[in-house]
Ligand binder design. Sequence first.
Ligand code: AR6
Length: 174
Amino acid sequence: MEKRIQIICGDITRQTADAIVNAANCSLLGGGGVDGAIHRAAGPELLAECRTLHGCETGKAKITKGYRLPAKYVIHTPGPIWRGGNAGEEALLASCYRSCLELASQYGCETVDFPSISTGVYRFPLDRAARIALETMADYLAGHPEIRRVRMVCFDARTESAYRAALERLENRL
Ligand code: AR6
């Protein structure tokens, strides 16, 4: 049977999934990194729809159409900025993954692709972020058979190996 949590290396804007996730900021009006790449690939209609959403709190999520992307939807979530670990960063990062999956369920998405939220400009330590991401996904999927497959789309080899190691540790525990 195909595994429900998968890790791949690639560009999330090229992936075919019912929804891709955007590591956004609270304005939802675009930025650098994966956010910039998603807006460039989706076209200006994405920004126009984002303007109607009036931002989003850290740890929450909002959904738009995918426009010129292969994905039907984009789920936008502002991750926490790493401030040393005592500002609720871990709980907020878990909340990002959970909120995105809840929206995916509500919109009938069976396949969802995530980037590594907060581990770029927001400087969340990669190993910790990988553990939190995969644990939160596994917890959610256990109670939600409607989501068939979730992938982590890693943009570089260092990110990919951190998520592979974290997935191995999780599978040994389960
Ligand atoms: N596909 C997949 N992953 C990517 C891509 C791509 N095309 N491009 C970059 N990444 P970041 P954050 C990876 O900085 O830390 C933006 O300006 C990247 O290598 O994009 O959550 C927003 O507007 C890294 O592993 O997001 C916010 O202001 C991961 O995506 C802020 O950055 C996340 O890096 C959010 O910071």
